[in-house]
Design a protein around this ligand. Structure first.
Ligand code: ZN
Length: 173
């Protein structure tokens, strides 16, 4: 397993729409292993392939709070039903470092996807799991959580991040 570099906003790559995986083969499994390792190292609870520069519809997650790992893998995830009710969580994102905002999303969602072995699965998610899945599926469409904020708030965050990026680049000589 290899730890990969996580792209951060602003980066036009993060705005790209990811393409469907044709077949869950060893290459895709290797990608998922790398993503999981990268996510644990970061640390985060969810990661989409586009965040490490691979525009494929692949997501990994692990919401376990204790030491014991319980990774989740979603290939070509699709939301087939969303609840009318919303719930709010304070969201952050590995691609938007150090920034958090309260975001409203449907409280429950029903998704279908392919698992690690390429088998077709369905899942009814609610609470944190539902929010996380929706956040990650947004990545596959090139959407970041800051897109739900007001224009002003969003531009302040993007400005701050680009400044941080520039000063970081200066150090790396
Ligand atoms: Zn994210």
């Amino acid at each position: 397993m290899t730890i990969r570099k996580i792209l951060t906003e602003p980066d036009p790559f993060l705005r790209q729409k990811s393409t469907k995986v044709e077949k869950v083969d060893d290459n895709i499994r290797k990608l998922m292993d790398d993503m999981l390792e990268t996510m644990y190292e970061a640390p985060g609870i969810g990661l989409a392939a586009i965040q490490i520069g691979v525009p494929k519809r692949v997501i990994v997650m692990d919401l376990a709070k204790d030491e014991k790992k319980s990774p989740l893998y979603f290939v070509n995830p699709e939301i087939i039903l969303k609840s009318q009710n919303n719930s709010a969580y304070e969201e952050g994102c590995l691609s938007v470092p150090g920034q958090f905002a309260e975001i409203n999303r449907p409280e429950k969602c029903h998704i279908k996807y392919l698992d690690y072995r390429g088998e077709s699965k369905e899942l009814k998610a609610e609470g944190l799991l539902a929010t996380c899945i929706q956040h990650e599926i947004d990545h596959l469409e090139g959407i970041l959580f800051i897109d739900y904020l007001s224009k002003l708030k969003k531009s302040m965050i993007v400005k701050k991040l680009s400044k941080e990026k520039k000063s970081l680049e200066r150090i790396v000589v």
